[in-house]
Design a protein. Structure first.
Length: 571
């Protein structure tokens, strides 16, 4: 095949006979396909190779760089299969699956994929470089997939660069324990943990299904498939994680929570990582989710969280008051804990006694008394709060107000000279007042105890390495919420996609904030039982920046995209 490709290239005067000889020598020395070697040597372009391959095999060619694939089609072919055969599934119409291949004559690959998916396979041709880039784009980095193969083959291997920070406890179930302690399993779990750190993931999902076993990372708030280990390793991997987290490997019927503390060597520096582990029994086995708590990612400087200056001034004014409540609201994973930790870090001085009730304690902060909730022994938010009030506190942080009892004690603490910081799950700042009343708190208590409510969301930040202007119709900007005078001057940006951001166009996240300061006008409305809509209307009159407005400001400053703002906020 190589010589035929070379002959065609020479015949078409794309390369000379001497250049072909150089490329064949390069191929012998470095391996790989002739076409890839020619591209690496700069003798021909990727497009030239694809066009020649198309003619050579009599199969249509495709430029994968401009092709977007439906994630449901990608899921039809596992990553290791795509890497092994150098293929990318492109589309499915009826019972036919179209795949891009470097070698459309590879009938073994097509038969394997036909057997695996149950669809007829229609090949199109693409260059090896384009296929490799596409696998990286649609499946995530192929490094993990290649490393998985290496781990599975290399039973002995070298010393791992990770070690548990504390001694492992002795466990029952000798067979499971032996399986979990085998070198490939230990290396595989370590690989997953280190790969998550390298990619900047916030969560690791290890999920068993009927016919597959998936590892997914949540990167910048979006879940991505990373690898699909063999299904037969399911119990061994789960047991290994449970041993590391000091969980009961014999208990598979009930959810369990634990923690893994790891010493990690990277770039010659020793770092400590903290993983919060949660297991849940599902239909096909235990699902494991690990949240990565990396102290280096914790930002305790309030000016760097993403607050607009006006909103930040209101927030700081509220937390510097000697008493009252400051509530932070938003869905899970919206950065509420980071905002609260930033607040207590700002208030942490030798003269203040700060006590926190958390479930779980995510980060350990010096000079702050942090208490971990344990529901099984009766230590919940309400009982912890009662105990705190006998501990002479200045500032109390409650992880979450979930019920009437916790809300009632928090309100009483706020009214008796303590600053109370806490979180709630509501969609925006004004609806938090209604939520407290629904819990059973009287309107006059809400009006007198709450100083400020902050709603927040996290949106993905545009990758600075591939950021570029994006032309958007004026009507689209108007529909998004920009005023007519702003439409003319607003420039929207997006990320083109590059190796830095793994072709997503996004790198990192930034917060959107809606800060509603409870002043006398709003207190009067709360006392007469005003609705969330009335409270919002009044707050807007007084200059409150909504979540959507905060998003529009960050869009105009080139920090995020229109898609992200529209996904996370309502007009």
């Amino acid at each position: 095949m190589s010589s035929r490709l070379g002959d065609i290239l020479v015949k078409d005067s794309l390369i000379s006979a001497d250049q072909l000889k150089q490329a064949l020598d390069y191929q012998k020395k470095n391996g790989g396909r002739l076409g890839t070697c020619l591209v690496k040597m700069g003798l021909v372009s990727d497009e030239d190779i694809t066009a020649v391959l198309s003619r050579q095999y009599g199969v249509p060619s495709i430029n994968l760089r401009f092709y977007e694939v439906d994630p449901s089609v990608i899921k039809l072919v596992p990553q290791e299969t795509a890497v092994r055969y150098q293929i990318v599934p492109l589309s499915r119409v009826g019972s036919t699956l179209t795949i891009a291949m470097t070698d459309p004559t590879n009938v073994f690959a097509m038969d394997d994929i036909k057997f695996m998916t149950g669809f007829n396979v229609e090949p199109v041709v693409a260059s090896e470089t384009a296929i490799t880039e596409a696998i990286g784009k649609f499946y995530g980095s192929v490094e993990a997939g290649e490393e998985l193969d290496k781990v599975m083959k290399d039973l002995a291997g070298e010393e791992t660069e990770m070690e548990l920070a504390a001694e492992e406890a002795e466990m029952d179930l000798a067979a499971l324990e032996r399986a979990a302690d085998e070198a490939p399993i230990i290396k595989l779990v370590n690989l997953v943990l280190t790969d998550a750190v390298k990619r900047g993931a916030s969560d690791i999902h290890i999920e068993p299904y009927e016919k597959e076993y998936l590892v997914r990372f949540r990167i910048d708030g979006i879940l991505q498939n990373v690898m699909a280990p063999p299904l037969k390793l399911k119990d061994a991997i789960t047991s290994r994680v449970k041993i590391m987290a000091k969980l009961d490997i014999s208990e598979k019927r009930l959810p369990q929570d634990g923690r893994i503390m790891i010493k990690y060597v990277r770039d010659g520096k020793k770092k400590e990582l903290d993983f919060r582990v949660s297991t849940v029994p599902t239909l096909f086995g235990e699902k494991v989710v690990m949240r990565l708590l990396d102290k280096e990612n914790l930002r305790l400087d309030m000016t760097k969280l993403g607050f607009e200056q006006e909103s930040l001034s209101k927030f700081e004014h509220a937390i510097l008051k000697p008493y009252g409540m400051v509530l932070v609201t938003g869905p899970t994973g919206s950065g509420k804990t980071n905002t609260l930790y930033s607040s207590v870090a700002r208030l942490n001085t030798p003269e203040t006694n700060i006590m926190t009730a958390e479930d779980p304690v995510e980060f350990q902060l010096a000079g702050i008394n942090q208490v971990q909730m344990k529901e099984q022994i009766g230590l919940n938010f309400a009982s912890a709060l009662r105990a705190f009030l006998r501990q002479d506190p200045n500032i109390i942080l409650v992880g979450e107000i979930r019920d009437f009892e916790t809300a009632e004690i928090a309100v009483k603490a706020a009214l008796t000279g303590h600053l109370v910081l806490s979180t709630l799950h509501t969609n925006d700042a004004p609806s938090t007042v209604s939520r407290l009343m629904n819990m059973g708190i009287e309107p006059f208590l809400v009006a007198t105890s709450v100083n400020l409510i902050c709603a927040q969301r996290l949106v993905r930040r545009i990758c600075v390495a591939c950021k570029e202007p994006l032309p958007v119709p004026e009507q689209t900007l108007t529909d998004a919420g920009y005023r007519p005078d702003e439409v003319k001057t607003t420039q929207v940006f997006h990320g083109r996609g590059c190796t830095t951001c793994n072709n997503t166009g996004y790198k990192g996240r930034v917060g959107l904030y809606e800060v509603m300061e409870i002043n006398d006008d709003l207190r009067e409305l709360i006392l007469v039982g005003a609705s969330s809509l009335e409270l919002k209307k009044k707050a807007l009159e007084m200059g409150m920046i909504t979540l959507r407005r905060s998003g529009l400001v960050k869009m105009a400053s080139g920090q995020t995209t229109m898609e992200e703002v529209l996904r996370e906020t309502v007009f």
